[in-house]
Write a protein that binds this ligand. Structure first.
Ligand SMILES: Cc1cc2nc3c(=O)[nH]c(=O)nc-3n(C[C@H](O)[C@H](O)[C@H](O)COP(=O)(O)OP(=O)(O)OC[C@H]3O[C@@H](n4cnc5c(N)ncnc54)[C@H](O)[C@@H]3O)c2cc1C
Length: 265
């Protein structure tokens, strides 16, 4: 079984800084890390490939520094690592990012399964996985919390919903995005780190993957970030001490008044 895991380099959450003038994220100079939610995708892929004597390819689109997260994927056990990097990709929105990643996957060739994280902790849209599935025209199941069976080309999974779980049967090749409940990510071993040091990272640009220049970068991105604002939180407080039945009733009545004020103005 050949599994492809798209992974993303994100700023460490404690290091995220916003430009107060432009409202955009300042990426340069801030510490970067592997999107923590992608560790669950990697772990799921590694477990499946170990069971089927398969292989795992880690793929990222980002600046040259994103090679660092591919090394991490290799040290966990991925067998191949591909860095999609080109100035032409700069400014890509989720539409252009998922297009570029899908072209890279086509260039890789055959695969059985693509596993993405639930979402990236910076952009946070959860659109890239579904976008890749749409570009490649393969089945998509999001928020997968368990893989129950894989028999021939049929996979049965559990999907987390707001109400509980949904059982879904799908045919491979397919793309799933996974949630934290699916696995406990392993730590890289010393052997894994040594192997990662000796495994070259393949660097591909827009030309390598045969990308249509009109569909990548800022020009190929149909969305524009017009404005980013930090939410203004105004906190006011009232303290009511409910020591007997009357004061308890008074406090509850006041609470109901506040809720009505908030919702009905
Ligand atoms: C108009 C516009 C301009 C932008 N310009 C820039 C820019 O100049 N520079 C910039 O860095 N970002 C830019 N972005 C943000 C960029 O679009 C997102 O970083 C990217 O598309 C990923 O979206 P996300 O973070 O919401 O990922 P999600 O959709 O939340 O990620 C879900 C999963 O998809 C996979 N994934 C996501 N991104 C990647 C990736 N790059 N490589 C491999 N796998 C991935 C991971 O498995 C991840 O867990 C721009 C966005 C917009 C809308």
């Amino acid at each position: 079984m050949h599994i492809i895991v798209p992974i993303k380099q994100v700023p460490q959450s404690s290091a995220v800084k916003m430009d107060p003038v432009t409202g955009t994220m300042i990426r340069s100079g801030s510490a970067a890390t592997l999107n923590p939610l992608d560790l669950y995708a990697l772990e799921t892929a590694l477990c499946l490939s170990e069971r089927s004597a398969g292989s795992v390819t880690a793929l990222t689109m980002g600046p040259p520094s994103a090679a660092q997260i591919l090394k991490e994927a290799l040290s966990m056990g991925a067998s191949r690592a591909i860095l999609l990097t080109d100035r032409l990709f700069g400014g890509s929105d989720t539409y252009a990012t998922s297009y570029a990643l899908s072209k890279a996957i086509e260039h890789i060739g055959s695969f059985d399964l693509i596993i993405t994280g639930e979402r990236a902790t910076d952009g946070d849209t959860a659109q890239v996985g579904p976008g890749i599935a749409a570009w490649l025209d393969v089945a998509l199941v999001t928020y997968v919390s368990a893989i129950n069976t894989i028999v021939d080309r049929t996979m049965e999974v559990e999907r987390l919903t707001e109400e509980g779980y949904q059982a879904v049967r799908l045919t491979l090749p397919a793309l799933i995005s996974v949630v934290k409940e699916i696995a406990i990510p392993r730590l890289p071993t010393l052997r894994g780190k040594k192997r990662a040091m000796n495994t070259p990272i393949e660097e591909w640009d827009a030309r390598t993957i045969g990308a249509d220049i009109g569909k990548i970068g800022l020009k190929g991105s149909p969305t524009r970030v017009v404005k980013i604002e930090s939410p203004k939180v105004a906190r006011t407080a009232e303290v009511h001490i409910a020591s007997d039945e009357d004061s308890m009733k008074g406090a509850v009545d006041r609470l109901i008044d506040i809720i009505e004020e908030v919702y009905h103005g």
